[in-house]
Write a protein that binds this ligand. Structure first.
Ligand SMILES: NC(=O)C1=CN([C@@H]2O[C@H](COP(=O)(O)OP(=O)(O)OC[C@H]3O[C@@H](n4cnc5c(N)ncnc54)[C@H](OP(=O)(O)O)[C@@H]3O)[C@@H](O)[C@H]2O)C=CC1
Ligand SMILES: O=C(O)[C@@H]1CCC=N1
Length: 269
């Protein structure tokens, strides 16, 4: 019999995960259905994805697998309570930042819980997805979950503590990268480039640097050395950025993000 897979929350991240899974063919042997908050989005998703999407959460008891793509606050305040009727050993995969397996397993103990921490480039198959199993997870299910996620980019099976850490580095990381991209393009405009040219150059430069780090497998410090001529221009630029606290700002940002996820897991806020 076909597995019934229910996606609850199909926004920016849940939508990226669902689209990746649908286009990769990883769910061809399943009946996939979705639930979102608004009727208008449900209708648009039904038309776009060709699967039934509604704005009413019914029939959770018939799902074999549930993927949770709602915000942590919504998960805690309403969705978890509605999952009390899921069948025994239903596989539930949560992508919510900060909500620990202990809370999830406590709320719906009959389910088998997994947490994943994807990031936005999963939408184009270039994501980084951390996966961690709950107490009832097993190697077979972990392999099934990672296979499902393979179309989204690179995946890593990690401890729950590392999944939290990776949320602050890779989950939120595209946000940091987009700010850096935008700031570099602003700087280009400041020294006289057109916005269009500055933005194109900033985007392609960050893309090229990332691809180079992947393809050469060299440490970023080694690659940076190749750009910085002695007494040259790049080292003058890097020195000014370091004086402005570039590295310590990135450190503080990742730590603040990590701490915020821990706060979200403690209480409804
Ligand atoms: N965005 C990111 O880069 C990342 C996000 N995450 C995690 O992914 C989760 C989703 O985040 P994100 O995609 O950004 O959020 P979005 O706001 O983009 O999407 C949330 C989705 O939840 C739906 N929703 C809201 N309330 C309910 C409800 N009561 N029942 C069913 N569906 C509901 C919304 O419906 P509607 O579309 O109708 O509004 C929407 O589809 C979060 O837990 C976040 O921590 C993890 C890693 C990265
Ligand atoms: O900002 C957030 O809370 C989510 C989790 C990781 C990335 N976005």
């Amino acid at each position: 019999m076909k597995k019934r897979i229910l996606f609850i929350g199909i926004g920016a991240m849940g939508g990226a995960v669902l689209r990746g899974c649908l286009t990769s063919g990883a769910m061809t042997d399943a009946d996939v259905v979705g639930v979102v908050n608004t009727k208008i989005h449900a209708k648009a998703l039904t038309e776009e994805l060709g699967i039934p999407v509604s704005a009413e959460l019914n029939d959770v008891d018939s799902a074999d697998v549930i993927v949770l793509g709602v915000k942590p606050q919504i998960l805690q305040s309403s969705v978890l309570a509605q999952l009390s009727k899921v069948k025994k050993d239903c596989l539930i995969i949560s992508m919510a930042a900060g909500i620990p397996l202990g809370t999830l397993e406590g709320a719906v103990p009959q389910a088998i819980w997994y947490r994943i921490m994807p990031n936005m480039p999963a939408a184009i198959g270039a994501g980084f997805v951390a996966v961690t199993a709950g107490t009832k997870g097993n190697d077979c299910l972990t392999a099934w979950v990672t296979n499902l996620l393979n179309s989204l980019g690179e995946s890593a099976v990690v401890s729950e503590a590392d999944l939290e850490r990776l949320g602050a580095l890779a989950g939120a990381g595209p946000g940091y990268a987009f700010v850096i991209m935008d700031a570099l393009s602003d700087a280009g405009v400041r020294i006289g480039l057109t916005r269009r040219l500055a933005l194109r150059a900033a985007i392609q430069t960050l893309y090229g640097a990332g691809l180079m780090a992947i393809k050469t497998e060299q440490h970023p410090a080694v690659l940076r050395d190749k750009v910085t001529s002695p007494g040259g221009t790049t080292i003058a630029g890097i020195a000014a950025m370091e004086k402005g606290g570039l590295r310590s700002a990135l450190h503080d940002g990742v730590v603040a993000c990590y701490q915020r996820a821990q706060e979200l897991g403690k209480k409804e806020n």
